[in-house]
Design a protein around this ligand. Structure first.
Ligand SMILES: Nc1ncnc2c1ncn2[C@@H]1O[C@H](COP(=O)(O)OP(=O)(O)OP(=O)(O)O)[C@@H](O)[C@H]1O
Ligand SMILES: [Mg+2]
Length: 347
């Protein structure tokens, strides 16, 4: 495989700042603040972290539902966005004599050719499907929009193929979305996302609203589809167990930043960042003996508001290992071996 094709998606220094009103002035809410990762074709990257840490914003910005504030996005061999900043090896923006960033030319590709290749599946299967449309119409809509058939028969055949792929019966085609359960609705949503043959799907809490027993079925379906079609996923969820099951690698976010990223098993068995340890401590352990022996870290205090971001390391205000250096300088992700990346001064 050539270097160009090694990654399907590469994200570098991605920032998403939302201007929010505070008193008389607008201040930037740093929802995503310098996030970098890459996803290979057919791979699943899990994305975890507490509510409000910026997971959804990462997904929506990648699909350009939001205009990125800064960063570089390479997809399927093409740079589709590049705000043009240059970075030094410490991860700081390189500035000129005037204190302003030195930029190369900004690239902002027309997203239309990429739209089809990147899709998103949402959490709430109840609100994301029009209840008054039949399953056939819901799945057929993207086929119509992108003119992906030449005859009515071909359209119908494609719809039935997609339904089979997600485990729906052909008899369901003429039924309305509101007649289905949550798990089945999620299957309809996925069939619709798959209709345009995407190479990458952002699954944002795609199973979080489902009952645990249904969750497992839908996750298996995601895995089967990946095996058949080779599609890559960014799999966003709160639940580390769910994410561990489906992911090849996992990224842990805190206050808009990636704190740790590693192979799923490696992250689970040898977590390094204190924040990851605390997240893993919160996962219930079924065996009481194991639970008693495990050294649990219980997090104190709340996540600070992204409008009052701590200096240096964003986690330091809740971290028992924090030192002066943590307040001064933000740690960059560094490789601790085999691509296990951690952003921490002390671990
Ligand atoms: N459109 C917006 N305008 C302003 N602020 C926003 C906007 N969208 C998100 N935010 C803020 O950005 C931060 C990250 O939000 P985001 O929804 O990405 O978090 P999340 O990790 O997906 O959380 P959850 O687990 O609850 O879904 C939050 O502080 C949120 O309030
Ligand atoms: Mg979210």
């Amino acid at each position: 495989m050539s270097n160009k094709d090694e990654y399907l998606l590469k994200v570098e220094h991605l920032k998403q700042y939302f201007p929010v009103q505070q008193g008389f002035r607008k201040v930037p809410l740093k929802a995503v603040d310098d996030v970098s990762f890459a996803i290979k074709p057919g791979e699943t990257l899990g994305l975890v972290g507490e509510s409000g840490c910026g997971k959804t914003t990462v997904g929506r910005t990648l699909l350009r539902l939001y205009e990125p504030t800064a960063g570089k996005i390479t997809f399927d061999g093409d740079v589709i966005f590049d705000s043009g900043e240059e970075y030094d090896e410490k991860g700081n923006v390189i500035v000129g004599a005037d204190g302003k960033p030195i930029r190369h030319k900004k690239i902002d590709e027309n997203m239309l050719p990429y739209r089809r290749k990147m899709q998103m599946v949402f959490q709430d299967p109840y609100s994301s499907l029009n209840p008054r449309m039949t399953v056939e119409d819901i799945i057929g809509e993207p086929l119509d929009v992108h003119k992906l058939y030449s005859t009515k028969a071909e359209r119908r055949e494609k719809i039935l193929e997609l339904m089979e792929l997600v485990g729906l019966n052909a008899e369901h085609a003429m039924r309305y979305a509101h007649e289905f359960s949550g798990g089945q609705r999620q299957r309809i949503g996925i069939a619709r996302a798959l209709a345009v043959n995407p190479k990458f799907i952002v699954c944002d809490e795609a199973v979080s609203a489902l009952d645990v027993s249904i969750q497992a079925q839908v996750i298996n379906m995601f895995e089967d589809i990946q095996k058949k079609l080779g599609v890559a996923y960014l799999f966003i969820a709160h639940d580390l167990l769910v994410v561990h099951h489906i992911s090849d690698r996992i990224a842990v976010m805190y206050l808009g930043k990636v704190m740790e990223i590693a192979d799923a098993d490696e992250l689970n068995e040898n977590p390094i960042h204190p924040y990851t340890l605390s997240l893993l401590s919160a996962v219930p352990i079924p065996d009481p003996e194991t639970a008693r022996k495990s050294k649990r870290i219980v997090l104190e205090g709340d996540v600070p508001s992204p409008l009052r971001m701590p200096s240096g390391c964003p986690f330091r205000t809740r971290c028992k290992y924090a030192t002066e250096q943590c307040a001064k300088e933000r740690p960059q992700l560094t490789d601790r071996g085999n691509g296990h990346m951690v952003a921490c001064w002390n671990k």
